[in-house]
Design a protein. Structure first.
Ligand code: SF4
Ligand code: SF4
Length: 417
């Protein structure tokens, strides 16, 4: 690696060294408490898959360039030169971690491996060594944001084709638009993913609740966050922020995409609107009596997978369970405390990398498959697109014998007048 690139990467590293991150890098006592808490290590007990080892890959570079001991006595400080082999190690560490933060809740010092891995991802971007497809997808989202006027008409035409499906689920008053867009002063701006599955059930539920809502022109997914590029993450979420401000909406509700929700809720700074997940909105409608559900609609045992970015990392734990109380009388918890639920193994961009990561995703999430099977449930509900894809793959691979369902689709199918 030439000196110029090394300097550029060290500058990026310096930019990530907040006091908190320095504390994380300084504090690990290598107690090993976190090892078994990572689904990857629990499923494949190889030392490189422990959270502490992953963090050590970053920590050794930190020691080499940012600590006196590493500068003077690299051997004693276990310091590591930032070179091509270091980049390989960073890539393996960063893209075998889903950022689920299960290790963090067990660590006596609260060390956040995900934040340490965000340094690894940033260095990979700086060296053009990140998974190219994630950057391409992030760039596509950004350029779509820049030329939205050109695609608006096509988008609205596409929505027209979905209207019958929405009305099939919930008939609305004549003259009302089943999927409104560009509605000024709407109470809710709903940000969906590409695809009818993310729009139709949500639209039916908004209509059933008599909501004054509008569908965003943008997709919620944030590939900038998956690849760990803070600038692109912001550009992608800014498209939605600007639309919400232009329409003067009161609330932005993010579809079933854990990462998109966490970025908007916790990483986009203070905004003049409230941010909620679709799950929270549905729970609110039930509490306020704005929708009613047929509890006999699903007569099979149901379990729920907590998307890490929604539950452990954003606190949406009680609302999905409240909704499920209205959908079944046979709900089966996976973990005594949902905060400790196993990650599905698909986060951190791994599902977006598709076939390339399939083998690793299946092997590293064996504990998740065992956890689901143990419940004996026949319906596995979740509220995140990534999790849904990964759980469906696990279902095939491990013959879990469940039907994987989006919570919102269950709500829409059980709506009663
Ligand atoms: S539990 Fe915390 S202190 Fe112990 S090895 Fe893991 S990260 Fe380090
Ligand atoms: S954040 Fe999750 S995947 Fe990453 S090291 Fe911790 S437990 Fe493992």
């Amino acid at each position: 690696m030439d000196k110029q690139l090394q300097d550029k990467l060290l500058e990026l590293f310096t930019g990530k060294l907040s006091r908190q991150v320095q504390l994380y890098l300084d504090t690990c006592s290598r107690c090993g408490v976190c090892s078994d808490t990572c689904h990857v290590y629990a499923s494949m007990p190889i030392p490189k898959y422990t959270p502490a080892y992953r963090a050590e890959v970053v920590r050794r570079i930190f020691k080499k360039y940012f600590k006196a001991q590493g500068k003077l006595l690299p051997v004693l400080g276990e310091a590591k030169i930032l070179d091509e082999t270091a980049l390989d190690e960073l890539k393996e560490a960063a893209y075998s971690c889903t950022g689920c933060r299960r290790c963090m809740v067990y660590c006596p010092f609260g060390i956040d491996t995900q934040q340490i891995m965000s340094i690894a991802k940033l260095l990979l971007i700086g060296a053009n060594s990140e998974p190219e497809i994630l950057t391409m997808l992030a760039d596509m989202s950004i350029s779509k944001g820049e030329s939205i006027e050109e695609s608006k008409e096509r988008f609205i035409e596409g929505l027209k084709r979905l209207e019958t499906d929405v009305i099939d689920k919930w008939k609305i008053k004549a003259g009302k638009t089943p999927i409104p867009t560009d509605a000024q002063n709407a109470d809710i701006l709903y940000v969906a993913l590409a695809g009818a599955h993310s729009i139709v059930p949500a639209a039916a539920i908004f209509n059933a609740a008599g909501e004054n809502w509008s569908l965003s022109f943008f997709e919620a997914v944030n590939f900038g966050a998956f690849v760990g590029d803070p600038a692109k993450t912001k550009l992608i979420s800014d498209r939605i922020v600007n639309e919400a401000k232009r329409l003067k909406v009161k609330e932005v509700s993010i579809c079933e995409c854990g990462t998109a929700f966490r970025v908007m809720k916790h990483l986009s700074g203070p905004q003049p609107f409230k941010v909620s997940s679709l799950t929270e909105v549905h729970a609110r409608y039930l509490r306020e009596g704005r929708i009613k559900l047929d509890q006999s609609k699903f007569d099979l045992p149901v379990t729920y997978h907590d998307p890490c970015q929604m539950a452990r990392n954003a606190g949406v734990i009680d609302d999905p369970r409240f909704i499920l109380q209205h959908l079944t009388d046979d709900f089966r918890e996976m973990a005594p405390d949902p905060k400790y639920n196993w990650c599905c193994g698909g986060g951190g961009g791994l599902v977006a990398l598709g076939e390339e990561t399939l083998d690793f995703r299946m092997k590293s999430a064996r504990v998740k498959a065992d956890q689901v099977k143990k419940t004996g449930a026949k319906i596995l509900a979740t509220a995140c697109e990534n999790c849904h894809t990964q759980l469906s793959d696990l279902n095939d691979h491990y013959k879990m014998n469940v039907e994987v369902k989006f919570l919102s689709s269950m709500v829409a199918d059980a709506l009663v007048h």
